[in-house]
Design a protein around this ligand. Structure first.
Ligand code: NAP
Length: 331
């Protein structure tokens, strides 16, 4: 698989990473044995960037990724670039959260993530959400100390504004910004992509498949009650019906080229900028294998323009999160 730089001084990683969140929470049932097989297949396919967070399954996801790394011994540890995040504090079973960015919390969270992952160093450590009561300079300073101590390889920020990125970068180089970016979530195009290019910061695109909606295969009515998407405005009522019509057009676009909608959605991101690294989430090997082939798909300028036009920011109905999900999001 083609590779991309994780920031100006960071390691090279696969152009497509693997989002591990759904293996623990938010998108219905999962089972660890099957998830471990998917993780191993991802590595075989050349995917080297594995994305997790302490909040996914309240530690379960990091423990799972840690088990995957441990089962492959030192050879696997050398291949895997593990990215995790801190800052979202939730009670078990609760979606509502508070955000903690205090330096003491960051140091404790880092130790807990290192333990669960079973590694000596987190390759990329993100601030998952911002608490504006703590200056970003203090957050970047605490992260820089973890880098100096050898506990963290590179630092990242998630869902921050361009101003926050610039202020943090002035304290310590920010290797990656991670925010939602896909055909139907275009906010990063209003300044963040350009700022990242200027600073030599990678842009990691999360939920690149619109949480499966863009694949055209999601049956929203069949989702379990505890599936986060049931409460996401874009998946509900009139907004869902409206968005479904866009996705139908995407399906026709993909079919005409012998591709899946997911492959088109991922290829579109890879063509946007050379510093964009999408991290599609998948628990299933067939999805993973099909998605990996998106790294070889070529879209010409006309195809890109057609897709840009189909999913203009104004053409999508509904907010990308319910109200509680916007806590700590600056963008
Ligand atoms: N920084 C943040 O705040 C933040 C927020 C959300 C997510 N993330 C990260 O980003 C990663 C990816 O985002 P995401 O998981 O939310 O959304 P996503 O990648 O847009 O979509 C994942 C969903 O798409 C399905 N899928 C994948 N490939 C498919 C295919 N070829 N055909 C049909 N369905 C397919 C998956 O199903 P299966 O699992 O059944 O394969 C899963 O339900 C997460 O895993 C997480 O690591 C970060």
């Amino acid at each position: 698989m083609q590779r991309r730089k994780l920031g100006a001084s960071g390691p090279e990683v696969s152009a497509l990473g693997l989002g591990c969140m759904g293996m623990s929470e938010f998108y219905g049932e999962s089972d660890d044995a099957s998830s471990l097989r998917t993780l191993a297949r991802a590595l075989e396919l050349g995917m080297t960037l594995f994305d997790t967070a302490d909040t996914y399954g309240l530690g379960h996801n990091e423990t799972l990724v840690g088990r995957f790394i441990a089962e492959g011994g030192t050879a696997r540890r050398r291949q895997v670039v593990v990215a995790t995040k801190f800052g979202i504090v939730r009670a078990a079973g609760q979606y509502e959260r508070r955000i903690d960015n205090s330096p003491a919390y960051i140091r404790d969270a880092c130790e807990a993530s290192l333990r669960r992952l079973g590694v000596e160093r987190i390759d990329l450590y993100y601030c998952h959400r911002r608490n504006p009561d703590v200056p970003i300079e203090d957050v970047a300073g605490a992260l820089g100390e973890l880098v100096a101590a050898g506990k963290v390889g590179a630092i990242g920020l998630s869902e921050v504004s361009v101003e926050t990125l610039r202020r943090a970068h002035a304290v310590h180089p920010v290797a990656a910004v991670q925010s939602e970016y896909s055909l139907w979530s275009r906010e990063p195009e209003t300044g963040m992509l350009a700022a990242c290019a200027e600073l030599g910061t990678a842009f990691v695109a999360y939920s690149p498949l619109g949480r499966a909606f863009l694949t055209g295969t999601l049956e929203v009515d069949a989702l379990a009650d505890n599936d986060f998407r049931k409460h996401n405005p874009r998946f509900s009522g009139d907004a869902q019906a409206h968005n479904r019509r866009l996705v139908d057009q995407l399906s026709r676009f993909a079919q005409a080229r012998g591709l899946s909608s997911a492959q088109v959605a991922l290829a579109w991101l890879l063509h946007k900028q050379p510093h964009v690294i999408p991290i599609p989430g998948s628990r299933r090997i067939p999805h993973l294998e099909s998605n990996a082939r998106a790294a070889d798909v070529l879209l010409d300028a006309g195809a890109m323009a057609e897709l840009d036009h189909l999913f203009t920011p104004d053409s999508v109905a509904g907010a990308r999160y319910p109200d509680a999900g916007f806590v700590g999001i600056e963008t």
